[in-house]
Write a protein that binds this ligand. Structure first.
Ligand code: MG
Ligand code: MG
Length: 256
């Protein structure tokens, strides 16, 4: 299903997007050496509830997970990259942490992810990988607008990731979003320009480039959710929800 939002729904989407961004920035500022992933999950829960929003994750039970998820945020450390189930783990200096959060407010969902290094050390490989996903996300957003096609976004994202030296996994990518978190169209992180669904004003997309340092193969953790790199290498993930406007695209998940 592809949804085109009306102006009332778009206003709600902006509200949801700003909330997601604010929560992620707060959680980033609190994620220090010694912070437990379960603390981050509890803080996310508190902020979602306080804002009168609903978690898109806690009851989520898709075919690819061992549902329901039962937590409020995805926390992926080092070789973990997607669907990271929070567990009793204390962050250490140099850990590469990805936080992925989706909430629904007023019946509209927003979805965003950030990656960063915990503590004072800045491993160059981790910084480069995070930067590549952020640049790919910017390129994808720049390629989005009315009349552009999903393949234009995929091509823009994939070009940045490939030029940075990463191979691209095509199992998981971006997606439409609206009254529910995951909708059509699928937005692969690589593709051919001029192909696929033609974008229209009012369409919401979650774009989410992610990479693994030396592989494109995933393995599922024993927890039934967390996806890790098959080689144990580090990974990074950046995501924004955007709205297609009359003359381009607007990022909804920027901090206020
Ligand atoms: Mg997400
Ligand atoms: Mg997403």
């Amino acid at each position: 299903m592809i949804e085109i939002l009306n102006p009332t729904e778009l206003a709600r989407a902006k509200d949801a997007g700003a909330l997601v961004a604010d929560i992620l920035q707060t959680l980033k500022s609190r994620s220090a050496v010694g912070t437990n992933l379960l603390d981050i999950d509890r803080w996310a829960q508190d902020m979602i509830v306080e804002a009168g929003a609903e978690s898109c994750y806690v009851d989520y039970e898709p075919s690819f997970g061992r549902g329901p998820f039962g937590h409020y945020i995805c926390t992926a450390v080092n070789d973990a990259v997607l669907h990271g189930l929070p567990f009793d783990y204390t962050l250490a200096d140099g850990d590469l942490l990805s936080l992925d959060l989706a909430v629904s407010k007023g019946g509209v969902a927003a979805d965003s992810a950030i990656s960063f290094v915990v503590g004072g050390s800045k491993p160059p490989e981790s910084i480069a990988m995070i930067s590549a996903t952020e640049r790919a996300l910017s390129a994808g957003i720049a390629a989005a607008g009315p009349g552009a096609r999903v393949g234009d976004i995929s091509h823009a994202i994939g070009s940045v990731l490939s030029e940075a030296g990463y191979s691209i996994n095509t199992e998981f990518g971006g997606h439409g979003i609206g009254s529910t978190m995951h909708q059509d169209p699928h937005v692969s992180n690589t593709g051919r320009p001029g192909r696929g669904y033609k974008l229209r004003p009012g369409l919401l997309l979650a774009l989410e480039p992610w990479v693994m340092a030396d592989t494109d193969e995933l393995v599922t953790d024993a927890d039934g959710w967390t996806l890790r790199s098959a080689t144990g290498c580090r990974t990074a993930h950046s995501e924004h929800t955007i709205a297609i406007t009359d003359d381009g695209a607007e990022i909804l998940t920027l901090p206020r």
